[in-house]
Design a protein around this ligand. Sequence first.
Ligand code: ATP
Length: 237
Amino acid sequence: MTLLAVKDLTKTYGSHTAVKHVSFELTKGKCIALLGPNGAGKTTILRMLAGLLAPSTGSITFSGYKPNQDIRKEIGYLPQYPAFHSWMTGREFLIYSGQLHSLSKKEALEKADLLLKKTGIYEARHKRIHTYSGGMKQRLGIAQAIIHQPKLLMLDEPVSSLDPIGRRDVLTLMEELKENMTILFSTHILSDADEISDELLLLKQGHLLESGPINDLRKKYQTAMIELQFTGDIALY
Ligand code: ATP
């Protein structure tokens, strides 16, 4: 079942077209990787889907919603460089975030503790965020992004800046979360996509080159993957 359909999406910044006539559908309950090299247009697509950036042309339709209806409450979005109030503790930050999503103080408190446990940072709940490792910050960011129980979680390069332990922790968390929600995440590393995604959107210079189940694409487009590897467009490690 389709959760979200994107049709003929284009985004132009001045004279530069960052996203060019991109169409795809997100299947409900799947983990989808938006894979592409730097400047491919990944962030631009995610920001348009999150309602933070207006498309130049094209449409984004969330199942059950009319075009132009506000879909933001169905979406959780973690930007590539999230902004935390780093003087707060992890718990304070999540309670504050819950209240911004109109939860009562009691609800926000319960939700914060639940998510701190789910994301594996409960032990550090009373520590200030500036003392957290990169991986812990990402897990806190994910907790914040799902505090309002969105149907779609979008993560912009969630593991690109992390050391191997942080990367492993975040990928494991994503594996667990994908049981209950649709996840769309961007990466320029094929092995991250390969490891946890069910479907792949392969983007280059604003064009969607390929899309579909990762197993099919791996077999069918092995040559394309190898070409990309040779041109150094996508890191394979
Ligand atoms: P990265 O992996 O480096 O984050 P990306 O795939 O997320 O790259 P985008 O950030 O979406 O790519 O950028 C796509 C193109 O659009 C790039 O050429 C970028 O320079 C350009 N671009 C992005 N935002 C703007 C902006 N606000 N104004 C002008 N050009 C922009």
